[in-house]
Design a protein around this ligand. Structure first.
Ligand code: 4NP
Length: 161
């Protein structure tokens, strides 16, 4: 099983969007039994809450459901996932710091910790902007969608799926 984790600050806006979109794309190509998807937040403010209504509304506009609840990332996640994708540079710095300090090294020799938009160079952006205050959930969807499509293509090539 290839395990993919999307990470943002609160796990209510951006990473649940990526989680739902990527899981949807994985299902569409029939790889649900080969690729597992999850998301988590770096902070604990929203733990246990459903995704933000703006994220859910934008997903619904595209026919995608999501019923996950926010959780905070734990150290074990750094060893358990093959691909860990942050939404912005701040997320990535926090993930790299956690990975460096986790003590035991990951057993995953080909683990990738990076930014989602590394997989969507055509966007010209490296970060998915936080919609928590701006309300720009449509922009988040567009960026996340392109990132997820690029990521899936990359994984399929890397793992001959
Ligand atoms: P997210 O957005 O990281 O995309 O889930 C945020 C959600 C909540 C907060 C910040 C960002 N907050 O400060 O509570």
């Amino acid at each position: 099983m290839i395990r993919v984790l999307f990470v943002c600050l609160g796990n209510v806006c951006r990473s649940p969007m990526a989680h739902a979109v990527f899981a949807h794309l994985v299902q569409e190509v029939g790889l649900g039994d080969r690729i597992a998807v999850d998301s988590a937040g770096l902070g604990l403010w929203h733990v246990g809450e459903p995704a933000h209504r703006g994220t859910l509304a934008e997903l619904a506009r595209h026919g995608i459901r999501h019923d996950g609840r926010a959780r905070q990332i734990v150290r074990a996640d750094l060893s358990a996932f093959d691909y860990i994708l942050g939404m912005d540079h701040e997320n990535l710095a926090a993930l790299r710091s956690m990975a460096t300090h986790r003590g035991a090294t990951s057993h995953l020799t080909r683990q990738h910790i990076g930014l989602l938009l590394d997989f969507a160079p055509q966007t010209g952006q490296s970060e998915v902007p936080d919609p928590y205050y701006s309300g720009q959930f449509d922009e988040v969807y567009s960026l996340v969608r392109q990132g997820c499509e690029g990521l899936l293509q990359h994984i399929r090539e890397q793992h001959a799926l």
